[in-house]
Design a protein around this ligand. Structure first.
Ligand code: FAD
Length: 322
């Protein structure tokens, strides 16, 4: 398994009773875009902000996680430009401690190897050779790759795997929007109203949250996500220029504490063009399934459903059933 984000962790759970599963992730920890950073006393979710459920399958998982105090309701409905809650009937769930803690909880009991970057994926017609950046190699009967698709394509190219024309076209069609994620600790209240989130309609900001009002940070600390347009245009700009533009637009009530600013550049933040199915199994090679939030339904829920469907496809390909 490549990737210990929501898709990889869900797939691994499904497969772990059936076969031996190893999850490799290049990150220092698990979670991928379920990401949280500590800056001083602040806890800041800087990737996915909340989880919604639209399917009974995913709702069951979230309900279980609520029961285990890993997930908690944040607010119900949509946040408008004024922070007003115009209910759409869907609860927005947050991690009780943080969004990343959800992934940590899901990783319990799994063989997850972090700081393990895959460099190339090659096959000999029978099995896959997974080459890591550190020079080691794993042999696998099957692979599920949940890395963002352009990165999966690169891993296959590095292994000189010839893709069938239709698979190549399907993978090349998938696109992502970038996101510049700004984080900072404040010396007082942010000025955001309950529930601590704003979704502006124009300007460079796509989403802004106060992690203190969200209930995860001991001190006021903001997350500001730039729009895809701003993120694309300012991708290579110095942090100072990005900071200035976003803080002018944010109009926070309190000052940013000096030295607390961090910016995460999410190159593959959210899929803008998805594959229509929940996974793509490559043809003409040993079992290999591409999965993740770009397959058949974006967001954390889509990633989980894709991971589950990918696991099922691998079970069938290996001729085993859970
Ligand atoms: C700024 C932002 C805000 C968002 N807000 C929301 C939201 O509010 N609600 C929502 O539902 N969704 C949101 N999303 C989307 C959500 O985070 C994703 O849909 C979901 O987390 C994707 O899970 P995944 O497992 O498909 O991919 P990822 O979480 O990206 O996992 C892929 C993993 O693969 C690993 N990897 C990549 N290449 C390699 C390699 N060569 N070797 C080893 N490991 C590798 C990565 O380190 C990563 O951990 C947001 C995303 C971003 C970036």
């Amino acid at each position: 398994m490549v990737g210990a984000g929501m898709a990889g962790l869900t797939a691994a759970h499904r497969l772990s009773g059936v076969t031996e599963v190893v999850i490799l992730d290049k990150g220092r920890g698990v979670g991928g875009r379920l990401a949280t950073r500590r800056i001083g006393d602040a806890t800041i979710d800087h990737g996915a902000q909340f989880i919604t459920t639209h399917t009974s399958e995913f709702a069951e998982l979230v309900e279980r996680l609520v029961g285990e105090h890993v997930v908690a309701p944040w607010f119900r409905g949509r946040v408008g430009p004024d922070g007003v809650n115009d209910s759409d009937g869907h609860t927005r769930f947050r991690g009780s401690v943080s969004m990343n803690a959800i992934a940590k909880s899901l990783a319990i009991g799994l063989d997850v190897r972090t700081a393990s970057q895959v460099a190339a994926l090659r096959h000999d017609g029978e099995s896959w050779k997974v080459a890591l950046v550190d020079g080691s190699e794993l042999v696998a009967d099957a692979v599920i790759a949940t890395s963002p698709v352009p990165q999966t394509i690169a891993l296959l190219q590095n292994g000189e795997v010839a893709l069938a024309a239709k698979d190549e076209a399907a993978l090349e069609a998938i696109e992502y929007d970038p996101c510049l994620a700004f984080m900072a600790v404040l010396d007082g209240p942010s000025g955001l109203s309950e529930p601590g989130a704003v979704d502006p309609v124009d300007g460079p900001i796509d989403w802004m949250a106060d992690n203190f009002l969200k209930g995860i940070s001991a001190v006021p600390a903001v997350t500001i996500h730039a729009t895809p347009e701003f993120s694309r245009a300012q991708w290579d700009a110095p942090d100072e220029a990005i900071t200035e533009a976003l803080l002018v637009a944010a109009q926070l009530e309190s000052a940013v504490i000096s030295g607390s600013i961090q910016i995460q550049r999410w190159r593959y933040a959210r899929p803008s063009v998805e594959h229509p199915e929940r996974f793509l199994q490559l043809s003409g090679v040993p079992p290999f399934v591409c999965a993740g939030d770009a397959f058949g339904g974006a967001k954390v829920e889509g990633a989980a459903l894709s991971g589950a469907a990918a696991a099922q496809a691998i079970e069938s390909a290996l001729g085993r059933n859970a």
